[in-house]
Design a protein around this ligand. Structure first.
Ligand SMILES: Cc1cc2nc3c(=O)[nH]c(=O)nc-3n(C[C@H](O)[C@H](O)[C@H](O)COP(=O)(O)O)c2cc1C
Length: 368
Protein backbone atom coordinates (compact mmCIF):
# COMPACT_ATOMS: atom_id res chain seq x y z
CA UNK A 1 0.00 0.00 0.00
CA UNK A 2 1.35 3.44 -0.91
CA UNK A 3 0.14 6.28 1.25
CA UNK A 4 -0.56 9.69 -0.26
CA UNK A 5 -0.99 11.18 3.24
CA UNK A 6 2.71 10.55 3.72
CA UNK A 7 3.91 12.24 0.54
CA UNK A 8 5.67 15.63 0.75
CA UNK A 9 3.94 18.87 -0.10
CA UNK A 10 5.76 22.06 -1.10
CA UNK A 11 4.57 25.62 -0.64
CA UNK A 12 7.16 28.22 -1.69
CA UNK A 13 10.41 27.33 0.10
CA UNK A 14 8.74 25.08 2.69
CA UNK A 15 8.41 21.38 1.96
CA UNK A 16 6.18 19.55 4.39
CA UNK A 17 7.27 15.95 5.00
CA UNK A 18 3.66 14.76 4.81
CA UNK A 19 0.14 16.22 4.62
CA UNK A 20 -0.66 16.21 8.34
CA UNK A 21 -0.94 19.60 10.06
CA UNK A 22 -1.65 20.28 13.72
CA UNK A 23 -4.50 22.79 13.68
CA UNK A 24 -4.13 25.97 15.77
CA UNK A 25 -5.48 25.50 19.29
CA UNK A 26 -5.97 28.28 21.85
CA UNK A 27 -4.40 27.35 25.17
CA UNK A 28 -5.58 30.36 27.23
CA UNK A 29 -2.29 30.09 29.10
CA UNK A 30 -0.43 33.26 28.11
CA UNK A 31 0.44 36.15 30.40
CA UNK A 32 -0.58 39.50 28.82
CA UNK A 33 -0.12 37.87 25.44
CA UNK A 34 3.25 36.34 26.30
CA UNK A 35 3.80 32.61 25.83
CA UNK A 36 4.68 30.62 28.96
CA UNK A 37 6.26 27.29 29.89
CA UNK A 38 2.90 25.67 29.11
CA UNK A 39 3.51 26.52 25.47
CA UNK A 40 6.91 24.81 25.55
CA UNK A 41 5.24 21.70 26.89
CA UNK A 42 2.26 21.86 24.51
CA UNK A 43 4.13 22.74 21.30
CA UNK A 44 7.05 20.50 22.23
CA UNK A 45 4.67 17.57 22.60
CA UNK A 46 2.98 18.29 19.27
CA UNK A 47 6.32 18.70 17.51
CA UNK A 48 6.88 14.97 18.14
CA UNK A 49 3.51 13.88 16.78
CA UNK A 50 4.57 12.83 13.29
CA UNK A 51 2.72 15.82 11.80
CA UNK A 52 4.61 17.85 9.19
CA UNK A 53 3.64 21.24 10.63
CA UNK A 54 2.43 22.56 13.97
CA UNK A 55 0.43 25.80 13.84
CA UNK A 56 0.54 28.01 16.92
CA UNK A 57 -2.86 29.09 18.28
CA UNK A 58 -4.81 32.23 17.38
CA UNK A 59 -2.47 35.09 18.30
CA UNK A 60 -3.84 38.59 18.79
CA UNK A 61 -2.29 41.38 16.73
CA UNK A 62 -3.51 43.86 19.35
CA UNK A 63 -4.07 43.56 23.06
CA UNK A 64 -7.81 44.18 22.54
CA UNK A 65 -7.76 41.58 19.77
CA UNK A 66 -7.18 38.68 22.13
CA UNK A 67 -10.17 36.44 22.82
CA UNK A 68 -9.42 36.07 26.54
CA UNK A 69 -6.94 37.40 29.09
CA UNK A 70 -5.01 34.14 28.51
CA UNK A 71 -4.68 34.34 24.73
CA UNK A 72 -1.37 34.71 22.96
CA UNK A 73 -0.45 38.01 21.37
CA UNK A 74 2.27 39.48 19.20
CA UNK A 75 1.63 43.13 20.01
CA UNK A 76 4.65 43.92 22.20
CA UNK A 77 8.39 43.35 22.42
CA UNK A 78 7.73 41.22 25.51
CA UNK A 79 5.33 38.99 23.53
CA UNK A 80 7.90 38.60 20.78
CA UNK A 81 10.69 37.70 23.21
CA UNK A 82 8.46 35.19 25.04
CA UNK A 83 7.41 33.44 21.84
CA UNK A 84 10.99 33.41 20.56
CA UNK A 85 12.02 31.67 23.81
CA UNK A 86 9.29 29.03 23.40
CA UNK A 87 10.04 28.42 19.71
CA UNK A 88 13.76 28.20 20.49
CA UNK A 89 13.10 25.59 23.20
CA UNK A 90 10.90 23.49 20.90
CA UNK A 91 13.39 23.73 18.03
CA UNK A 92 16.23 22.58 20.22
CA UNK A 93 14.88 19.04 19.93
CA UNK A 94 12.61 19.10 16.89
CA UNK A 95 12.95 20.27 13.31
CA UNK A 96 9.20 20.10 12.66
CA UNK A 97 8.20 23.38 10.97
CA UNK A 98 6.14 25.75 13.10
CA UNK A 99 3.47 28.10 11.78
CA UNK A 100 1.34 30.72 13.49
CA UNK A 101 -2.23 31.94 13.16
CA UNK A 102 -2.60 35.69 13.62
CA UNK A 103 -5.94 37.34 14.17
CA UNK A 104 -8.15 39.81 15.95
CA UNK A 105 -11.11 38.61 17.99
CA UNK A 106 -13.34 41.59 17.16
CA UNK A 107 -16.72 41.42 18.92
CA UNK A 108 -15.87 37.99 20.38
CA UNK A 109 -12.95 39.45 22.37
CA UNK A 110 -13.12 40.14 26.08
CA UNK A 111 -14.35 36.62 26.80
CA UNK A 112 -13.69 34.34 29.76
CA UNK A 113 -11.47 31.27 29.43
CA UNK A 114 -13.59 28.16 28.70
CA UNK A 115 -12.79 26.69 32.11
CA UNK A 116 -13.90 29.95 33.73
CA UNK A 117 -17.28 29.70 32.06
CA UNK A 118 -16.61 31.23 28.61
CA UNK A 119 -18.92 34.00 27.40
CA UNK A 120 -18.41 37.74 27.85
CA UNK A 121 -16.22 38.78 30.79
CA UNK A 122 -18.21 40.08 33.77
CA UNK A 123 -17.55 43.60 35.10
CA UNK A 124 -15.37 42.16 37.91
CA UNK A 125 -13.21 40.22 35.41
CA UNK A 126 -11.50 43.21 33.77
CA UNK A 127 -13.48 43.26 30.52
CA UNK A 128 -12.48 45.60 27.70
CA UNK A 129 -14.21 47.48 24.90
CA UNK A 130 -14.58 45.27 21.83
CA UNK A 131 -14.60 46.44 18.21
CA UNK A 132 -16.41 45.20 15.09
CA UNK A 133 -17.52 46.36 11.65
CA UNK A 134 -20.87 47.38 13.12
CA UNK A 135 -22.29 47.99 16.59
CA UNK A 136 -24.00 44.60 16.81
CA UNK A 137 -23.28 42.13 19.62
CA UNK A 138 -22.38 38.49 18.95
CA UNK A 139 -25.38 37.21 20.90
CA UNK A 140 -27.53 37.93 23.93
CA UNK A 141 -25.37 38.58 26.97
CA UNK A 142 -22.39 39.72 24.88
CA UNK A 143 -20.82 43.16 24.98
CA UNK A 144 -21.88 45.84 22.47
CA UNK A 145 -18.86 46.39 20.20
CA UNK A 146 -17.74 49.76 18.92
CA UNK A 147 -17.98 50.12 15.11
CA UNK A 148 -14.47 50.77 13.79
CA UNK A 149 -13.74 54.10 12.10
CA UNK A 150 -11.74 54.11 8.86
CA UNK A 151 -8.68 55.38 10.74
CA UNK A 152 -9.02 52.53 13.25
CA UNK A 153 -9.29 50.06 10.37
CA UNK A 154 -6.00 51.43 9.01
CA UNK A 155 -4.42 50.91 12.42
CA UNK A 156 -5.61 47.28 12.50
CA UNK A 157 -4.08 46.61 9.08
CA UNK A 158 -0.79 47.99 10.44
CA UNK A 159 -1.10 45.80 13.54
CA UNK A 160 -1.38 42.68 11.37
CA UNK A 161 1.73 43.71 9.43
CA UNK A 162 3.66 44.48 12.62
CA UNK A 163 2.72 41.12 14.14
CA UNK A 164 3.76 39.36 10.91
CA UNK A 165 7.13 41.14 11.08
CA UNK A 166 7.54 39.86 14.63
CA UNK A 167 6.63 36.32 13.52
CA UNK A 168 9.19 36.59 10.72
CA UNK A 169 11.88 37.76 13.17
CA UNK A 170 11.12 34.76 15.39
CA UNK A 171 11.77 32.63 12.29
CA UNK A 172 8.39 30.95 12.08
CA UNK A 173 7.90 28.89 8.93
CA UNK A 174 4.32 29.66 7.91
CA UNK A 175 1.67 32.27 8.69
CA UNK A 176 -2.10 31.90 8.64
CA UNK A 177 -4.64 34.75 8.79
CA UNK A 178 -7.61 34.01 11.01
CA UNK A 179 -10.57 34.91 8.77
CA UNK A 180 -12.92 32.41 10.45
CA UNK A 181 -15.05 31.61 13.48
CA UNK A 182 -16.74 34.98 13.88
CA UNK A 183 -13.60 36.94 14.68
CA UNK A 184 -12.88 40.38 13.23
CA UNK A 185 -11.91 39.54 9.64
CA UNK A 186 -14.83 37.11 9.31
CA UNK A 187 -17.12 39.76 10.85
CA UNK A 188 -16.19 42.07 7.98
CA UNK A 189 -16.86 39.34 5.40
CA UNK A 190 -20.24 38.27 6.71
CA UNK A 191 -23.40 40.30 6.06
CA UNK A 192 -24.68 39.02 9.41
CA UNK A 193 -22.09 41.07 11.32
CA UNK A 194 -21.22 43.75 8.75
CA UNK A 195 -23.94 46.37 8.20
CA UNK A 196 -21.60 49.21 7.21
CA UNK A 197 -22.54 51.63 4.47
CA UNK A 198 -19.01 52.80 3.62
CA UNK A 199 -16.44 51.15 1.34
CA UNK A 200 -16.02 48.28 3.86
CA UNK A 201 -19.67 47.19 3.81
CA UNK A 202 -22.53 46.37 1.49
CA UNK A 203 -21.34 44.45 -1.58
CA UNK A 204 -19.20 41.33 -1.24
CA UNK A 205 -16.34 43.24 -2.81
CA UNK A 206 -16.59 45.88 -0.08
CA UNK A 207 -16.91 43.30 2.72
CA UNK A 208 -13.75 41.57 1.47
CA UNK A 209 -11.83 44.87 1.44
CA UNK A 210 -10.37 44.73 4.97
CA UNK A 211 -9.34 41.04 4.92
CA UNK A 212 -7.74 41.55 1.50
CA UNK A 213 -5.91 44.68 2.68
CA UNK A 214 -4.62 42.61 5.59
CA UNK A 215 -3.50 39.84 3.22
CA UNK A 216 -1.62 42.38 1.08
CA UNK A 217 -0.01 44.05 4.09
CA UNK A 218 1.10 40.76 5.61
CA UNK A 219 2.37 39.38 2.30
CA UNK A 220 4.45 42.53 1.86
CA UNK A 221 6.37 41.94 5.09
CA UNK A 222 6.29 38.14 5.34
CA UNK A 223 9.34 36.52 3.69
CA UNK A 224 8.71 35.72 0.01
CA UNK A 225 10.05 32.17 0.41
CA UNK A 226 7.59 31.32 3.20
CA UNK A 227 3.93 30.35 2.75
CA UNK A 228 1.02 32.46 3.89
CA UNK A 229 -2.52 31.15 4.09
CA UNK A 230 -5.89 31.93 5.59
CA UNK A 231 -8.46 30.04 7.58
CA UNK A 232 -11.99 30.77 6.40
CA UNK A 233 -15.41 30.05 7.69
CA UNK A 234 -16.51 28.53 4.39
CA UNK A 235 -20.15 29.12 5.30
CA UNK A 236 -22.11 30.80 8.10
CA UNK A 237 -24.65 27.96 7.93
CA UNK A 238 -27.40 30.61 7.58
CA UNK A 239 -29.14 31.68 4.40
CA UNK A 240 -28.58 35.37 5.00
CA UNK A 241 -24.89 34.86 5.74
CA UNK A 242 -21.55 34.17 4.05
CA UNK A 243 -21.70 31.19 1.68
CA UNK A 244 -19.36 28.70 0.05
CA UNK A 245 -19.77 30.62 -3.23
CA UNK A 246 -18.50 33.72 -1.41
CA UNK A 247 -15.60 31.65 -0.05
CA UNK A 248 -14.61 30.52 -3.54
CA UNK A 249 -14.51 34.18 -4.66
CA UNK A 250 -12.55 35.17 -1.55
CA UNK A 251 -10.09 32.28 -2.01
CA UNK A 252 -9.45 33.45 -5.59
CA UNK A 253 -8.82 37.01 -4.39
CA UNK A 254 -6.49 35.74 -1.66
CA UNK A 255 -4.56 33.69 -4.20
CA UNK A 256 -4.12 36.78 -6.39
CA UNK A 257 -2.57 38.48 -3.37
CA UNK A 258 0.02 35.79 -2.76
CA UNK A 259 -1.89 33.46 -0.46
CA UNK A 260 -0.67 29.88 -0.85
CA UNK A 261 -3.50 27.94 0.78
CA UNK A 262 -6.84 28.21 2.54
CA UNK A 263 -8.03 26.11 5.45
CA UNK A 264 -11.74 25.31 5.13
CA UNK A 265 -13.41 25.68 8.49
CA UNK A 266 -16.92 27.08 9.05
CA UNK A 267 -19.36 28.77 11.41
CA UNK A 268 -19.01 30.97 14.48
CA UNK A 269 -20.44 34.26 13.22
CA UNK A 270 -23.33 34.48 15.69
CA UNK A 271 -24.97 32.55 18.48
CA UNK A 272 -27.72 29.99 18.01
CA UNK A 273 -26.87 28.71 14.52
CA UNK A 274 -27.08 24.93 14.19
CA UNK A 275 -24.06 23.28 12.56
CA UNK A 276 -24.59 19.76 11.13
CA UNK A 277 -21.37 18.20 12.42
CA UNK A 278 -20.23 14.72 11.42
CA UNK A 279 -17.01 13.01 10.31
CA UNK A 280 -15.25 15.16 7.71
CA UNK A 281 -18.30 17.42 7.41
CA UNK A 282 -16.31 20.40 6.08
CA UNK A 283 -14.17 18.46 3.59
CA UNK A 284 -16.50 19.30 0.65
CA UNK A 285 -15.73 23.01 1.24
CA UNK A 286 -12.01 22.34 0.90
CA UNK A 287 -12.66 20.32 -2.23
CA UNK A 288 -14.77 23.04 -3.80
CA UNK A 289 -12.29 25.86 -3.13
CA UNK A 290 -9.45 23.65 -4.40
CA UNK A 291 -11.30 22.91 -7.61
CA UNK A 292 -12.95 26.28 -8.30
CA UNK A 293 -10.37 28.73 -6.94
CA UNK A 294 -7.33 26.67 -7.91
CA UNK A 295 -5.70 27.13 -4.52
CA UNK A 296 -4.17 24.52 -2.22
CA UNK A 297 -6.54 23.60 0.58
CA UNK A 298 -6.38 22.24 4.06
CA UNK A 299 -9.38 20.21 5.22
CA UNK A 300 -10.32 20.34 8.90
CA UNK A 301 -13.09 19.18 11.21
CA UNK A 302 -13.72 15.76 12.70
CA UNK A 303 -10.91 14.14 10.76
CA UNK A 304 -10.02 11.37 13.16
CA UNK A 305 -8.82 8.13 11.57
CA UNK A 306 -5.77 7.55 9.35
CA UNK A 307 -7.89 5.95 6.62
CA UNK A 308 -10.22 8.96 6.59
CA UNK A 309 -7.28 11.35 6.26
CA UNK A 310 -5.67 9.16 3.59
CA UNK A 311 -8.89 9.14 1.51
CA UNK A 312 -9.19 12.96 1.64
CA UNK A 313 -5.71 13.35 0.15
CA UNK A 314 -5.86 10.36 -2.21
CA UNK A 315 -9.19 11.48 -3.68
CA UNK A 316 -7.91 15.02 -4.23
CA UNK A 317 -10.40 16.64 -1.86
CA UNK A 318 -7.65 18.63 -0.18
CA UNK A 319 -3.87 18.98 -0.20
CA UNK A 320 -3.44 18.82 3.58
CA UNK A 321 -5.49 17.77 6.59
CA UNK A 322 -5.50 19.73 9.84
CA UNK A 323 -6.30 17.89 13.05
CA UNK A 324 -7.02 19.40 16.44
CA UNK A 325 -8.74 17.14 18.96
CA UNK A 326 -7.45 13.87 17.51
CA UNK A 327 -3.83 14.96 18.04
CA UNK A 328 -4.50 16.27 21.53
CA UNK A 329 -6.05 12.90 22.31
CA UNK A 330 -3.18 11.00 20.70
CA UNK A 331 -0.07 13.18 20.38
CA UNK A 332 1.58 10.39 18.37
CA UNK A 333 -1.25 10.39 15.83
CA UNK A 334 1.18 10.73 12.94
CA UNK A 335 3.28 7.78 14.09
CA UNK A 336 0.19 5.62 14.44
CA UNK A 337 -1.18 6.75 11.08
CA UNK A 338 2.12 5.78 9.46
CA UNK A 339 1.85 2.28 10.92
CA UNK A 340 -1.76 1.97 9.75
CA UNK A 341 -0.89 3.14 6.23
CA UNK A 342 2.41 1.31 5.83
CA UNK A 343 4.43 4.53 5.77
CA UNK A 344 7.34 5.94 7.75
CA UNK A 345 7.07 8.74 10.28
CA UNK A 346 9.83 10.84 11.78
CA UNK A 347 11.01 9.91 15.29
CA UNK A 348 13.38 11.92 17.44
CA UNK A 349 16.51 9.83 18.04
CA UNK A 350 15.60 9.64 21.74
CA UNK A 351 12.36 7.86 20.75
CA UNK A 352 13.69 5.62 17.96
CA UNK A 353 13.26 2.54 20.12
CA UNK A 354 9.49 2.58 19.73
CA UNK A 355 9.66 2.59 15.93
CA UNK A 356 7.51 -0.43 15.03
CA UNK A 357 10.23 -2.27 13.16
CA UNK A 358 12.46 -2.24 16.24
CA UNK A 359 9.79 -2.69 18.94
CA UNK A 360 7.87 -5.96 19.08
CA UNK A 361 5.36 -4.33 21.42
CA UNK A 362 4.09 -2.02 18.66
CA UNK A 363 1.61 -4.54 17.29
CA UNK A 364 0.43 -5.49 20.79
CA UNK A 365 -0.04 -1.82 21.69
CA UNK A 366 -2.37 -1.44 18.70
CA UNK A 367 -4.36 -4.53 19.65
CA UNK A 368 -2.56 -6.73 17.08
C1 LIG B 1 -8.68 23.41 22.40
C2 LIG B 1 -9.03 23.98 21.06
C3 LIG B 1 -8.59 25.25 20.73
C4 LIG B 1 -8.85 25.79 19.45
N1 LIG B 1 -8.33 27.00 19.11
C5 LIG B 1 -8.39 27.41 17.82
C6 LIG B 1 -7.64 28.52 17.36
O1 LIG B 1 -6.83 29.10 18.08
N2 LIG B 1 -7.82 28.91 16.08
C7 LIG B 1 -8.65 28.26 15.22
O2 LIG B 1 -8.79 28.67 14.07
N3 LIG B 1 -9.34 27.17 15.62
C8 LIG B 1 -9.20 26.73 16.88
N4 LIG B 1 -9.83 25.57 17.25
C9 LIG B 1 -10.52 24.79 16.24
C10 LIG B 1 -9.59 23.71 15.68
O3 LIG B 1 -8.41 24.26 15.11
C11 LIG B 1 -10.30 22.83 14.65
O4 LIG B 1 -10.62 23.62 13.52
C12 LIG B 1 -11.57 22.21 15.22
O5 LIG B 1 -11.35 21.72 16.52
C13 LIG B 1 -12.07 21.08 14.33
O6 LIG B 1 -11.06 20.10 14.17
P1 LIG B 1 -11.05 18.73 15.03
O7 LIG B 1 -12.35 18.04 14.77
O8 LIG B 1 -9.84 18.00 14.48
O9 LIG B 1 -10.89 19.07 16.47
C14 LIG B 1 -9.61 25.03 18.53
C15 LIG B 1 -10.08 23.76 18.88
C16 LIG B 1 -9.78 23.24 20.11
C17 LIG B 1 -10.25 21.84 20.44
Amino acid sequence: MTSTLFTPFAMRGLTLANRIVVSPMCQYSADDGSATDWHIEHLGMLSHSGAALVVIEATGVERAGRITHGCLGLYSDANEAALARVVGAVRRYSDTPIGIQIGHAGRKASAARPWEGGGALRPDQHPWQTVAPSALPFDQGWRMPKALSEAEIDRIVDSFATAARRAARIGLDEIELHCAHGYLLHEFLSPIANRRDDSYGGSRENRMRLPLRVAEAVRAVWPADKPMGARLSSTDWREDGWTIEDSVAFARALKERGCDFVCASSGGIAGRIAVPQGPGYMVPFAQRMRREAGIATRAVGLIVTPLQAEAIIAEGQADMVALARAVLDDPRWGWHAAVALGAEAHYAPQYERVRPKTWPGAALARGG
